[in-house]
Design a protein around this ligand. Structure first.
Ligand SMILES: CC(C)(COP(=O)(O)OP(=O)(O)OC[C@H]1O[C@@H](n2cnc3c(N)ncnc32)[C@H](O)[C@@H]1OP(=O)(O)O)[C@@H](O)C(=O)NCCC(=O)NCCS
Length: 263
């Protein structure tokens, strides 16, 4: 990356975008020809140029495919991101470790984000399917684990990596993508509750809302006429004993029972 970090650029982009939007509202109330109007027009043009330049700089940042040499670093990153988040300790680094060898793993969407030679974020995708009520098997993809280094979270990195790979998935021809997670976070990427598109999470009665299960069409209308059940691929389920054995190869970390964990 150049002289600014991705975080600094994203912060600047947010501030400029917000000021630009204020100027665009103000100009509606000004009279063309007046000096204040001309000044605001110039400001708007300048902010647009600044946003364009930031966007160009951001597009240069390193988002690249994961390589075998990254595996351990990415598993450590995943462990750091998930540790004590949803359960005491975590199992996502082991899921990822095993998943790369599975046929459902989408190698073309296994991406890392790098800053100054350090991997700061990672995302993986898996092939999955909807078992439709009419007997069809509808292929979709899902993503996760998605991880950002704890000290880098909340700065826009995760969102950028998710958007980048969703765009790629669309270009690859994937019709729809599912995710289980926090709706507050994933709605911003256009995910909606699965039930709105007629897709239900396995094991939960259709009459019950399961907001944590969300779907996004990458091809408009891909799920039109489809009603059915989504089930997480088998590779997402691992034995606790196998997780513990794998985790023993990492530096010791204290498992804690914390409020908000799912298990
Ligand atoms: C989830 C994760 C990948 C998001 O990446 P990130 O870089 O931290 O997120 P971004 O900076 O792009 O987005 C920040 C916004 O998302 C929100 N957010 C981040 N993680 C969230 C979560 N788990 N649930 C709800 N909102 C979340 C932040 O509050 C912030 O909201 P705001 O823009 O309204 O202020 C990252 O926080 C992470 O690695 N978390 C731990 C592992 C995890 O939970 N992975 C996802 C499992 S489904």
């Amino acid at each position: 990356m150049g002289i600014y970090t991705i975080g600094e650029l994203l912060e600047a982009k947010r501030s400029i975008a917000s000021t630009l939007s204020k100027c665009e509202k103000v100009i509606l109330k000004l009279q063309p020809g007046k000096s204040q109007y001309t000044l605001t027009v110039r400001r708007i043009a300048a902010f647009k140029i600044a946003l364009d330049l930031i966007e160009r700089e951001l597009n240069k940042m390193t988002i690249r495919l994961e390589e075998p040499k990254d595996y351990r670093e990415v598993e450590t990153l995943t462990r750091e991101a998930f540790w004590n988040k949803y359960r005491p300790g975590c199992m996502e680094h082991y899921v990822l470790h095993c998943y790369r060898d599975r046929p459902e793993f989408v190698k073309e969407l296994d991406y890392v984000m790098e800053e100054d030679g350090k991997i700061i974020a990672h995302i993986m995708y898996s092939r999955a399917q909807i078992a439709a009520d009419d007997g069809r098997i509808v292929p979709i993809i899902i993503f996760g684990p998605v991880s950002v280094l704890p000290e880098m979270q909340g700065k826009g990195y995760g969102g950028r990596l998710i958007r980048y790979t969703l765009d790629l998935a669309a270009k690859m021809g994937c019709g729809a993508v599912a995710i289980t997670g926090d709706p507050d976070y994933y709605h911003r990427f256009g995910f909606v509750s699965g039930s709105r598109l007629g897709v239900y999470y396995d094991g939960i009665p259709r009459s019950e809302e399961s907001p944590f299960f969300m779907v996004k069409e990458l091809k408009v209308g891909f799920l039109r006429g489809v009603t059915g059940i989504y089930k997480d691929p088998e590779g997402y389920f691992v034995e606790d004993a196998a997780v513990d054995a794998f985790d023993a190869g990492f530096p010791p970390k204290e498992k804690k029972k914390l409020p908000g964990q799912l298990v």
